[in-house]
Design a protein around this ligand. Sequence first.
Ligand code: G16
Ligand code: MG
Length: 216
Amino acid sequence: MKKAFIFDLDGVIVDTAKYHFLAWQKIAQSLNINFTHEDNELLKGVSRVRSLDIILGLGNVQASQEDKDKWLIQKNEDYLSYLVDMDESEILPGVFTILQLLKDKNQGIALGSASKNARPILEKTGILSYFDVIVDGNDVTNAKPDPEVFLKAAQLLNIDPKNAIVFEDSVAGIQAANIGEMVSVGIGEETILHEADYIFKDFTEINTAFIEKLIN
Ligand code: G16
Ligand code: MG
């Protein structure tokens, strides 16, 4: 049967989480806020605006809207500078294989990302044409763990959310899939993603039998 396979972007399709971290770290450093890799887990899947609030909270920093807007622009400009030379080599292991398998099996394929930079990333990495539907940070008002982004993707694919499978690397994203009553598949560490229905280190660990089980 035709199901909706919804992919998060950062940390699932491409390893851009490291660039988000570097860009946020620069902002944090300029404000004398200690911001660690562990803290960065809190930002995964979270919108840009909310991410800044979390960082300011870590340092107990109060700021005017004007300053916040300035830092948000700085962060995005810095983040985009890391993406300039991005190409197909940045696609995470096993992603092309799984997308091709789903295409061959005539499944619905969607992107469900919090990022407002999703489209250029998909274009630069040559993966855009695999997606029937793209829902990103420009299309939703409620950030993960609200399931809006995934519900919208399923709706655009014309598939019931109960027949949707979400691949996510963030806690907020797994929670969003669970709240939306979809099958949640964590890509990453079990210690972090333990709320997911299934967890794999990366897509090379997912085999055809697993996908067939989800489809049938
Ligand atoms: C991503 C990242 C987040 C980032 C957010 C917004 O979400 O995981 O760290 O803050 O997008 O990105 P941008 O600043 O590019 O709009 P996802 O849902 O693709 O993992
Ligand atoms: Mg992600």
